[in-house]
Design a protein around this ligand. Structure first.
Ligand code: AMP
Length: 398
């Protein structure tokens, strides 16, 4: 983006303003909006005007109609105006004559927010004509929406080709995401440790495989761990296990051995007799969980072992909680891992945290500033670390 001369130009900027709203349409977490401000401000400070486009929610209903009321970007405008310290104009359409007129009248230093791109079927289809209509609005195109960079949608990807190479670029957020991600993927300081958690092995299989080629230590927590214990003949009670992934789990363990990767599973667990915060709970070895009980968090021994590996690491990637962290009785493992990463980071390690749940945990604990980088991307971040080319990134580079 720094190679683009914005003076007197209208910059069409794809941002990710897909923020959570409460039932009165108040923004409950404005992280994504704040993350886009440096890019917008830079354009304005350099004599340009900004035409912002984003999606919000899933407005296309099953019956083919559009839920406008709940998903209009109008909900975002007051807060965005406040954050930018200037009024933001809004158009209740995304393409067409009305927007074109408003865009053409936009003066340097002004900001125009367009209506939700997903109000149009052409957005998610990556429709050429819809993309062409969008492209008409700007002289240059900036993509700062890392959260949707894994989608080949019109406003995130296809639109880029209507701008010459010197008139399109990444915003600062996108740049930071890719640069920090590359610190893990390319020549990381070692030892490199990936900590993966969450519900399902099947969701993270590509990531686990990719990490196997890359890391020195692979730490697995969360419900995912029980599929590995069961596969090895352990007793997992009624823990969440993917029965159809047992062979795959054994394959992964074998692969780790072949590659010399230290594969750490939680030796013990906090087990409960019910999936509820008020359930009875106690500690047990993770491969000896009695019938009727389920593992909902990693145990004390696991916390100690994981923390030790984290302390010895120079590069750390964390995705996914260690347990049902939404319930206070099963949040200790996730909290302890977050604290261990914060400590390692203070001692000079590079740490990157990504994925909705781990980021939420880090934010809840006020530890975001203690991590080297907190990614704004969920699915995009996963695909990036799986080694896939993100269409939104490729469209700018090609
Ligand atoms: P994911 O979206 O795959 O990262 O999974 C996150 C979800 O996994 C969170 O909602 C956690 O509550 C859940 N989770 C983590 N550990 C467990 C566990 N041991 N049993 C059941 N659910 C879990």
């Amino acid at each position: 983006m720094k190679n683009i001369d914005f003076k007197g130009k209208k910059a069409l900027v794809r941002v990710d303003f897909n923020v959570p709203l409460d039932k009165n349409f108040n923004i409950t977490d404005d992280t994504r909006i704040r993350a886009a401000l440096p890019t917008i401000q830079y354009i304005l400070d350099n004599g340009g005007s900004a035409i912002l486009m984003s999606h919000l929610g899933r407005p296309q209903k099953k019956d083919g109609t559009i839920d406008r009321e709940n998903n209009t970007l109008q909900h975002i405008v007051p807060h965005l105006s406040e954050l930018l310290g200037q009024p933001v104009k809004f158009c209740d359409e995304t393409i067409g004559e009305k927007v074109e007129k408003m865009a053409s009248e936009l003066q340097p230093g002004e900001v125009l927010m367009l209506e939700n791109t997903r109000f149009y079927a052409g957005e998610e289809k990556g429709d050429e004509e819809f993309s062409r209509q969008l492209a008409k609005l700007g002289d240059v195109y900036v993509n700062d929406a890392f959260g949707t960079a894994h989608r080949a949608h019109a406003s995130t990807t296809i639109v880029a080709k209507f701008f010459p190479k010197d008139a399109r670029g990444f915003g600062f957020l996108m740049d930071a995401e890719v640069a920090n991600g590359n610190k893990v993927l390319n020549n990381p300081a070692r030892p490199l440790t990936a900590i993966l958690g969450g519900a399902k092995v099947s969701d993270k299989i590509l990531l686990i495989e990719k990490m196997m080629d890359l890391v020195d230590n692979l730490i697995i927590g969360g419900a995912m761990a029980y599929t590995f214990f069961k596969a090895q003949g352990g007793h997992t009670g009624k823990s969440l296990v993917e029965e159809d992934r047992l062979d795959m789990a054994l394959e992964l363990l074998k692969k780790a051995k072949e590659k010399g990767v230290t594969f750490l599973l939680p030796e013990d667990s906090v087990i409960a007799d019910n999936f509820a915060n008020d359930a009875n709970f106690k500690s047990a070895p993770s491969n000896e969980i009695p019938d009727g009980w389920m593992g909902l968090d990693i145990g004390e021994k696991a916390v100690t072992e994981f923390a030790k590996a984290i302390q010895h690491s120079k590069t750390i990637l964390w995705n996914g909680p260690m347990g049902v962290f939404e319930m206070s009785n099963f949040a200790n493992g996730t909290k302890s891992v977050a604290e261990a990463i914060a400590k390692a980071t203070k001692n000079g390690a590079f740490s990157l945290v990504g994925g909705g749940d781990s980021v939420a945990a880090v934010n809840d604990m006020n530890l975001a500033d203690d991590m080297s980088y907190v990614s704004t991307g969920g699915g995009a971040m996963l695909e990036f670390f799986e080694g896939k080319t993100l269409p939104g990134v490729a469209a700018i580079m090609e």
